[in-house]
Write a protein that binds this ligand. Structure first.
Ligand SMILES: Cc1cc2nc3c(=O)[nH]c(=O)nc-3n(C[C@H](O)[C@H](O)[C@H](O)COP(=O)(O)O)c2cc1C
Length: 218
């Protein structure tokens, strides 16, 4: 009996000492240790090569000049050709999907196409073929004055292109009216690009005058 009691006592003492063996931090800490980052969370340094590949490269600007002209009876086109020759720029016609007939252009009859379009601010006549502005930084944009404004097809053109990084230099011809705010209005409709004020030229403008105008925008 006495031996049994000693054995029990020894066992009890062993258990008590075993319980005290843990360090206080281990025994009392109830704060869960921060979870190890999952593979998705683990920040991994990207290899230098991959980083270089991912960096968006700026579109290569070629410093290209382009002349775009809308002209139904050839007057503005004649000026556009001179500008192209003086600047070395390519010349592109803005061609309507539905060409304007002589009757469409008869402004003595208020019910004809061109006049009806000008009286309809949101008219947007379709363009036959898209004109690429890739690499262009200077755009000479020519048109006739129709009822004091740029023809609505010019709005179709400016609203369907991104002119970011492009200086747009508008010019026009007319029977006598000035360019008004047509350049500014086209710029507002475009919403991008640096649109300058439009200049009205007479059909007989000299090369010297055109050259001075070109130089004034350099
Ligand atoms: C529908 C229409 C409206 C026109 N409105 C005007 C005008 O408001 N003021 C003006 O001076 N000439 C006006 N014109 C004349 C043209 O602006 C002029 O003839 C121009 O030089 C034509 O250019 P293009 O030969 O390049 O088409 C109008 C011509 C048309 C067909």
């Amino acid at each position: 009996m006495k031996t049994k009691l000693i054995v029990i006592l020894l066992l009890a003492l062993t258990l008590v000492f075993a319980g005290c063996g843990s360090t206080p931090a281990q025994a009392t800490s109830s704060t869960p240790a921060p979870a190890a980052p999952t593979p998705a969370q683990t920040p991994v340094a990207a290899p230098a090569v991959a980083a270089a590949e991912e960096t968006p490269t700026e579109a290569v600007r070629e410093n290209k000049s382009l002349v775009v002209v809308f002209s139904c009876t050839g007057t503005t086109k004649g000026i556009a050709e001179k500008i192209a020759a003086l600047t070395g720029a390519e010349l592109v016609d803005l061609v309507p999907a539905q060409p304007y007939t002589a009757e469409d252009l008869n402004y003595n009859d208020r019910s004809t196409r061109a006049t009806v379009e000008q009286n309809t601010p949101d008219a947007r006549p379709e363009i036959a073929e898209d004109i690429s502005l890739d690499g262009v930084t200077t755009l000479y944009l020519g048109y006739p004055i129709w009822w004091g404004q740029a023809p609505r097809i010019m709005s179709t053109f400016v609203e369907s292109h991104d002119f970011t990084g492009i200086t747009v230099i508008p010019f026009c011809t007319s029977g006598g009216s000035g360019a008004g705010r047509t350049g500014e209005t086209l710029g507002e409709q475009a919403g991008t690009g640096n649109f300058l004020s439009s200049t009205r030229f007479s059909s007989g403008v000299s090369d010297n005058e055109l050259q001075r105008w070109i130089d004034s925008h350099k």
